[in-house]
Design a binder for this molecule. Structure first.
Ligand SMILES: Nc1nc2c(ncn2[C@@H]2O[C@H](COP(=O)(O)OP(=O)(O)O)[C@@H](O)[C@H]2O)c(=O)[nH]1
Ligand SMILES: Nc1ncnc2c1ncn2[C@@H]1O[C@H](COP(=O)(O)OP(=O)(O)O)[C@@H](O)[C@H]1O
Length: 188
């Protein structure tokens, strides 16, 4: 059976993690846990949300791709992807747009790219606040050049990414269901 990886990308607060959670709950996809040097947030667990690393341990993994985002390092390891595919032939990963472009280029149609869009900037900040992020963190995130970049669908993903305008959550779930149905049809 063909192994797929659903890549969820977009700006901070756009709903990437919510879609990932939905795909895991409804379709029993396996989560690809990525590595980061940023500090865990309240309620985040090592080996569940991320593998939390320091610069020295971060350097020991073998990465399909890695990026610098808001002054921290993030990377998805071959080990992490293999581990996810052992759990299910459909894996799901959350990446910035730079990582999503690498996945599209390296994995071709094995990577199903979903770009999450939210029209209103203030809505993103409100959602991050409701999620419990501190005002400093929200400010830092919103001004980071990487997040500014990820507010737009990159040219390299035009025609490759499924774009979901995440305003109403029920509509978003239906759009995600459509993408899964379409991609599974091609796969089978
Ligand atoms: N390219 C790449 N991006 C990652 C990886 N892991 C996480 N990210 C992205 O890094 C960005 C920052 O993630 P995070 O610190 O959890 O912040 P949040 O998305 O604002 O909650 C997000 O766009 C994530 O999708 C990775 O392994 N590779
Ligand atoms: N359509 C939506 N309407 C309202 N709130 C939403 C919607 N989608 C996601 N959220 C909420 O917004 C916050 C940020 O979503 P999250 O999935 O954590 O974003 P990301 O992973 O892209 O940073 C979360 O608290 C989530 O529950």
């Amino acid at each position: 059976m063909k192994r797929l990886v659903y890549v969820i990308t977009g700006a901070a607060g756009s709903g990437k993690t919510s879609v990932q959670r939905y795909l895991i709950q409804k379709y029993h996809m396996s989560k690809v846990i990525t590595h980061t040097t940023r500090a865990p947030r309240q309620n985040e667990q090592d080996g569940v949300d991320y593998y939390f690393e320091n610069p020295a341990t971060f350097a020991q993994n073998h990465y399909l791709e890695q990026v610098q985002y808001s002054n921290n390092q993030y990377g998805s390891s071959y080990e992490g992807i293999e581990r996810a595919w052992q759990g299910s032939s459909d894996a799901v990963i959350v990446l910035d747009t730079k990582g999503a472009i690498t996945y599209a280029n390296q994995l071709g149609d094995q990577a199903v790219i979903i770009y999450m869009q939210v029209a209103a900037l203030n809505e993103l900040a409100d959602r991050m606040e409701k999620r419990g992020d501190s005002p400093e963190l929200i400010k830092q995130r919103l001004v980071s050049p990487e997040n500014q970049r990820d507010l737009q669908l990159p040219q390299e993903l035009v025609g490759k990414a499924h774009v979901i305008n995440n305003v109403d959550w029920e509509t978003t779930k239906m759009r995600v269901d459509q993408v899964v149905a379409e991609t599974r049809e091609i796969k089978d």
